[in-house]
Design a protein around this ligand. Structure first.
Ligand SMILES: C[S@@+](CC[C@H](N)C(=O)[O-])C[C@H]1O[C@@H](n2cnc3c(N)ncnc32)[C@H](O)[C@@H]1O
Length: 220
């Protein structure tokens, strides 16, 4: 499928899949969305502890990189797992502008290591932050009671409805520790109902710019 790099509303770039008219991030602002959905509504629930994060759709690594920038301020130790079936190419990565937009050029080596690190191995990116990228399909995730926080960042249900089902959320529920949270930019009623069906408690929260609402699910 044909892909293009586009500039979003806050100046940060993202990848667009032309045939689907679907982007890796919000057209209103890739960085703004990542901060709102995953940091403000997810990571901010945790302080002063060791946590395991699972990202559904590692993609450009933007969420992982922002988490790396933010984790020390909350005195966290992070084991981050990013699952991705179709890694972004180096040519695409070179065209993204996250280091500049996040004023983090000094962390270029960390960003590059996140992408060059081998799949299937836990690598220390910085002190107290390790990354384990796993190249596989979401439906192959078989972890149990492992994650404190899930960043659920799949393409939308309009283009990949099979990723917003009871089957997938059951896998997420099983993978999560009791007391853990899943955050996603999505707010559709059918998604909320699938989450409720597997046993999550689900909250509607204000969405990032351009979206009225988003969802946060908790495993009691
Ligand atoms: C919305 S994008 C993720 C954006 C990413 N979080 C980022 O910050 O760049 C969704 C990602 O899911 C991946 N993907 C799509 N279907 C998948 C599947 N069935 N299993 C694993 N990865 C999949 C895509 O390749 C894409 O990288």
């Amino acid at each position: 499928m044909k892909r293009e790099i586009i500039i979003t509303g806050d100046g940060s770039k993202t990848i667009q899949i032309m045939d689907w008219q679907e982007q890796y991030h919000s057209k209103h602002g890739a960085i703004q969305e990542a901060y709102h959905v995953f940091i403000k509504s997810g990571l901010d629930l945790f302080k002063d502890k060791e946590i395991q994060i699972l990202e559904i759709g590692f993609g450009t690594g933007l969420n992982a990189f922002i988490t790396l920038i933010e984790f020390e301020k909350r005195n966290l130790q992070i084991k981050y797992t990013g699952v991705e079936a179709y890694p972004v190419s180096n040519e695409e990565l070179e065209q993204l502008n996250y280091l500049e937009e996040l004023e983090s050029l000094s962390r270029k080596d960390d960003f590059d290591l996140m992408h060059s690190s081998p799949w299937g191995q836990e690598i220390e990116i910085a002190k107290n932050f390790s990354l384990n990228k796993q190249q596989k399909f979401f439906k192959e995730i078989d972890a149990l009671n492992t994650y404190d926080l899930i960043y659920f960042d799949a393409f939308g249900a309009r283009v990949q409805p099979e990723l917003w089902t009871v089957e997938i959320f059951q896998i997420m529920f099983n993978a999560m520790k009791s007391g853990g949270y899943l955050v996603t930019y999505a707010a559709k009623g059918s998604v909320r109902r699938a989450m409720l069906e597997v046993g999550f408690l689900v909250e509607r929260l204000p969405g990032p710019p351009g979206k009225r609402e988003m969802l946060r699910a908790k495993k009691q």
